[in-house]
Every structure is written in structure tokens, then in C-alpha cells.
Write a protein that binds this ligand. Structure first.
Ligand code: MN
Ligand code: MN
Length: 466
């Protein structure tokens, strides 16, 4: 009975089948997967904006012996450095002993910004017994998901004299939270007949911030004044200081285990800290000295990767130029022999919404990190499409290191699609392929991932950068 039939044997040998990471794991491996998730969840709770993610990542990097690099500093083999780009993006690298022109740099590029609600420049007003803040949403959100749920306020106010005031309100259970009003069902017959896309408009995403009138009959806008006086007392700011501020509303909930078995994690901002954390911790865990490796934690991916802190900026090339020059190497040659994993999330197949997925080519949850040879939509539009040679290289690397992984497209061909930073790296003549964690309810205020896939992405990054 234990003998395989010929057909079964042939099937095992010839046919491709995805594997479930949990099913393949022994008890020790499952413990490692669960333990790793705890560090990730702590990272998430401390990193709800790109600025906070930079600070948390710098702290981890310094603990691992990395020191700050500024453009123009001397560099040498053996250096472990991080470049803090304006507090909003972070580039970490270690310089190995290998010939840089021959071996290139192994780069993992992910992003640390997530969809959220930014405050407008003149946000505060009072109406009908309540004070509010106007927002302009950042990234692709389904607006209806952000109403009637607790929100926290994060960010910085930079005063005219340059003083930076950090603000985090709504994370401590003793803090107040903020809120966006929605319509009661009793009066929503017109609203519920609208499409999900239009039922809540951008201009109704106004943040409820107070209801207590300032005790002075001589002034109008008394509730707004109460809010302003609170902010002035606690942070020394005035309404004009909002002009030079970056304040965002994000979901107030911390990361939590999901399910009776706790195999999944629900959190705000998995996209893309769920790739940033594995990339970062893989680099920091690397103790070999041969390879030159780099991790980029970029900003602005959710709005097109533009600007000084986005992946379209020249900073990564500048740093490769600096490393190359320090070692007497030609930066153009170095880039041509470098390789990059563009580490970003993918859509996990969801049986509740099966019609937008093509099951054979979708990411299945818990089946490991997802490689996407190409992204884009409707005819691969906008993709950099990694070469078969690069995918073969990664296949072998993962096989040699026991990484369970899968391949996927994001949804059905004509259903839509998504982009990543891959093309911006590839455009600099660096071979690049997409890799990342499958996510349920991507871009929702509270997204879900599998601990198995987070760990698999860590193993994949580690195999690549070590
Ligand atoms: Mn992303
Ligand atoms: Mn995204």
C-alpha cells in the first residue's frame, strides 16, 4: 500500500503544485513563525507613519551595529550604514568583500507609507456644536471604510522657527480618539442606493475633534477655540502652525492576532510594512561579510513614488555612486550587475470575492511569499516584467535555501491591477522582480496577512541579501 503508483510518481515529478507553509512546517518551524510575528506586530504598532517607521527602523539598525551615513562621508569595505532621508525614507547597506563590479549589490526595496487621511493645510472649523478637521486622503482608499471607526492622529508640526513638534494622540488607551461621522441607516435610503465609490465623498471625511465650548460669551467658534487652546497648552502651537505640518489620521487599533489559532494578523498598514520588516530584519541578521546588500524603505509609493523621498528620486543611485566611488568601481557597471527584489504586497485570493481572481495564478494565503514576474493590468500595461533569467535565478536561490514561495498576478487580467516601485529600480538598469506578502482586504483600515507568509518573506529576503 505504501508504494506509489506510476501515475502518482510521475505527477510528483512532473507537475507543479503550490505548498502550504504551515502544512510543510514542523512544530519548531511553526513556533519560529509565530515568534517572528510578535516582533513584526510590535514594529507595526510603533510605525503607523513613514516617519515613525524610519525611527523604529533606525533604532533596530543601531542595535545591530549600523551607524548613520551622510552623503559625502567616507565609505569602506565592512561598513554597515543607514542613510536617513529627511526622516521619511531610509536606505540601509552593508559593504562586502566581493568584487562590486562583478557581484553587484543585492537590493530589497519596499515602502513604509500606507493609505491614510492627511489633514488639509487649513483644517479646523466648527459647525453645529462640533469641531472638525478637514482631510485629504492619501493613496487608494475605499472611503466608506473610514467612517464610524476610531482614528488616531500622528505626525509633525514644524514651527516657523524650525522647531519640530511630534504628535501622537489616540494610541494610548487613556488617549481620546478621533472619528468620522456617518449617516444612520434610518435616513440613509438615498446614500445606500449610491455606489460604494460615491456614497462617501472626500469632502465628508471630516474628523470630529471636540464638543466643549470655550467659556467666554464674547467669542464665536467656542468649540474650535477649546481645541486650539488644548493644542496650544500641550504643544505650544497655533492654528497657523497647521500650514507647516504633516498630520495624518490612521486607524487607532493595534495589530491583533486573528482566529482561534492566531495564524493570521490584522493590522493597519501591512502594505507595505509587512515587506519592510522582513527586508530590514533580514539585512540586520546577516552576518556574512562577502556580499554588498542594501534595503530601501521608501516613502510615497501609495501616491506614485514621486518626490525626494519616493523611489523615483535619485537617492538610491546617488548612494550606489558613492559606494562605487569609495571602492574605486564604476557605478554603471555595478548597477548592471546588481539585482533587486521589489518587495511589496500582493492580493491574496479571497473566496468571498472569487470572481475577480484567476485562481491558478493568484496568491493563496499561507502558501509563502509571492513572486510576480510582472505587474500592470489589461495587457501588462506599466510593468517592467522581470526576465525569465532573473526569475530562474531567484527560483534556484529559494530552492537552495528551502524557501516556500509561489507566483501570482494581482487579479484577473481585465479586473484591474496594481503597480509597485519595481519599474523605478529597473529603469536604472538594475534587474528587478516583485516579491511580497499576500494580503486580505488590502488598503482597508485593517488588513489581514498570514504569519506563514510574513516569515516566508523574511526567509526569502535573508536568502537574497546574505
Ligand atoms: Mn504597496
Ligand atoms: Mn498599496
Amino acid at each position: 500500500m505504501s508504494e506509489k503508483t506510476m501515475g502518482k510518481e510521475m505527477m510528483d515529478k512532473l507537475a507543479y503544485k503550490k505548498k502550504n507553509v504551515f502544512e510543510e512546517a514542523d512544530a519548531e518551524k511553526i513556533k519560529a513563525i509565530y515568534d517572528y510575528a510578535e516582533g513584526y506586530m510590535a514594529y507595526l504598532d510603533a510605525s503607523k507613519t513613514e516617519r515613525e517607521a524610519v525611527l523604529t527602523s533606525v533604532a533596530l539598525a543601531e542595535k545591530a551595529g549600523y551607524t548613520e551615513y551622510k552623503l559625502g562621508d567616507k565609505l569602506a569595505v565592512g561598513d554597515k550604514k543607514y542613510y536617513n532621508n529627511r526622516g521619511k525614507s531610509l536606505i540601509l547597506f552593508k559593504i562586502g568583500t566581493n568584487d562590486l563590479e562583478k557581484d553587484g549589490i543585492r537590493i530589497v526595496a519596499s515602502h513604509i507609507d500606507s493609505p491614510r487621511l492627511d489633514l488639509k493645510q487649513v483644517p479646523m472649523y466648527e459647525d453645529s456644536g462640533m469641531a472638525f478637521l478637514k482631510t485629504h486622503y492619501y493613496g487608494g482608499i475605499k472611503k466608506y471604510q473610514w467612517t464610524a471607526t476610531p482614528l488616531s492622529l500622528h505626525g509633525v508640526v514644524v514651527k516657523a522657527d524650525g522647531e519640530v513638534v511630534n504628535i501622537v494622540i489616540g494610541e494610548d488607551p487613556k488617549d481620546p480618539v478621533f472619528y468620522i461621522n456617518d449617516l444612520l441607516p434610518h435616513l440613509a435610503s438615498k446614500q445606500v442606493a449610491e455606489s460604494l465609490g460615491t456614497a462617501i465623498s472626500g469632502e465628508t471625511l471630516n474628523i470630529l475633534i471636540g464638543g466643549l465650548p470655550y467659556n467666554d460669551s464674547e467669542v464665536s467658534d467656542k468649540i474650535k477655540l477649546t481645541a486650539l487652546s488644548y493644542l496650544n497648552e500641550k504643544y505650544g502651537i497655533t492654528e497657523e502652525d497647521f500650514l507647516s505640518a504633516e498630520l495624518s489620521l490612521v486607524p487607532a487599533a493595534p495589530a491583533r492576532n486573528v482566529g482561534f489559532d492566531g495564524a493570521l494578523i490584522a493590522a493597519y498598514g501591512h502594505d507595505d510594512r509587512v515587506c519592510s520588516y522582513p527586508a530590514l530584519t533580514a539585512l540586520l541578521a546577516t552576518e556574512t561579510n562577502e556580499r554588498t546588500s542594501m534595503v530601501v524603505l521608501a516613502d510615497k509609493e501609495e501616491v506614485g513614488s514621486m518626490g525626494v523621498s519616493g523611489m523615483q528620486s535619485n537617492i538610491v543611485v546617488d548612494i550606489i555612486d558613492e559606494i562605487s566611488a569609495a571602492l574605486g568601481k564604476n557605478s554603471r557597471v555595478v548597477r548592471s550587475s546588481s539585482k533587486c527584489l521589489s518587495a511589496d504586497v500582493n492580493a491574496a485570493f479571497d473566496p468571498n470575492f472569487a470572481d475577480v481572481y484567476e485562481k491558478r495564478n493568484s496568491a493563496m494565503i499561507s502558501c509563502g511569499t509571492v513572486l510576480s514576474k510582472y505587474t500592470g493590468s489589461r495587457g501588462k500595461s506599466g510593468t517592467s516584467d522581470a526576465s525569465a533569467e532573473l526569475v530562474a535565478f531567484v527560483r534556484k536561490l529559494f530552492a537552495d535555501n528551502g524557501v516556500i514561495w509561489q507566483t501570482a498576478e494581482l487579479g484577473k487580467i481585465d479586473a484591474g491591477g496594481g503597480g509597485t516601485v519595481a519599474m523605478y529600480v529597473a529603469n536604472r538598469n538594475i534587474d528587478t522582480v516583485d516579491l511580497g506578502v499576500p494580503v486580505i482586504s488590502m488598503h482597508a483600515p485593517y488588513e489581514v496577512v498570514s504569519k506563514a507568509d510574513v516569515y516566508s518573506t523574511y526567509e526569502a529576503c535573508l536568502a537574497f541579501v546574505k
